[in-house]
Design a protein around this ligand. Structure first.
Ligand code: PEP
Length: 250
């Protein structure tokens, strides 16, 4: 697989253009020196044009945290893939657990993913169980999320999987998943991708981990689980911890 990938999901931690610009400018100069790692940022919608402008001639890509399941039309408050494309987005997260918690189901996530692909945005499909079950049923939960979203996609569709167990999100490094458990899940996800898609497509799709990745656990998680990088929430909105996580992926 190619370079490691680290995506920063700013959620609504950063709320002003000024703060967004400041962090993007710092990352623009610091990330240049880190070879072998791709860095993408997902600011909130209103801050996306500012961040895209700062990063326009930098290798850091900018994308959205969510998008509409519909093309334009009578959908009050929605943001379509075409709008995102126009303001410089190159990717979109779909199916983040904090969106699913607002009622977005697997079918809606699939529709969002198709909208992203149609607009030539890379779709970062987020999947994750609410809890780990003794009987292993969290594996079939993940399988369903993947199969509903990805079934019959064209082999060249630009998709990335972000495995984010909901129970590990927004906590601290001690609460994150253990590398051995993550390795087991990454193997299961890879097998599901190969069975659901064309074999070579299934082998190529990057699998990221998200859920309380911090400088304290990033290196070990990456080295011992076989994932291709991280989706980082709270630790991506402070320059130094985010840089440390990026460097640990070299
Ligand atoms: C996320 O919700 O995408 C995430 C990874 O959050 P955190 O790193 O804060 O757990």
């Amino acid at each position: 697989m190619k370079k490691r990938l680290v995506i920063g999901n700013w959620k609504t931690y950063i709320e002003s253009n000024e703060d967004a610009r400041k962090l993007a400018v710092s990352l623009r100069s610091k990330v240049r020196a880190v070879s072998g790692v791709e860095v993408w940022l997902a600011p909130p919608y209103p801050l996306l044009p500012t961040v895209a402008e700062v990063l326009q001639s930098s290798p850091i890509k900018v994308g959205a945290q969510a998008l509409s399941a519909y093309p334009g039309g009578k959908h009050t408050g929605e943001v379509s893939a075409k709008m995102l494309k126009q303001v410089g987005a190159q990717f979109a997260l779909v199916g983040h657990s904090e969106r699913r918690a607002q009622g977005e189901g697997d079918e809606q996530v699939r529709a969002q993913l198709l909208q992203a692909l149609q607009a030539k945005l890379t779709a970062v499909l987020c999947v994750g169980e609410h809890e780990r079950m003794q009987d292993g049923s969290h594996f079939s939960f993940i399988e369903r999320q993947l199969v509903v979203a990805l079934d019959a996609l064209p082999p060249k569709a630009k998709v990335i999987i972000a495995y984010e167990p909901v129970w590990a999100i927004g906590k601290s490094a001690e609460d994150a998943m253990q590398p051995a458990d993550l390795e087991q899940m990454a193997i299961f996800i890879r097998k599901t991708l190969v069975e659901t898609l064309d074999r070579s497509a299934g082998l190529k799709i990057p699998i990221l981990y998200g859920g309380s990745v911090e400088p304290a656990n990033a290196r070990k998680l990456l080295a011992e689980s076989g994932v291709n990088g991280f989706l980082v929430g709270h630790a991506s909105v402070e320059l130094e911890p985010f840089l440390e996580i990026i460097k640990s992926c070299k």
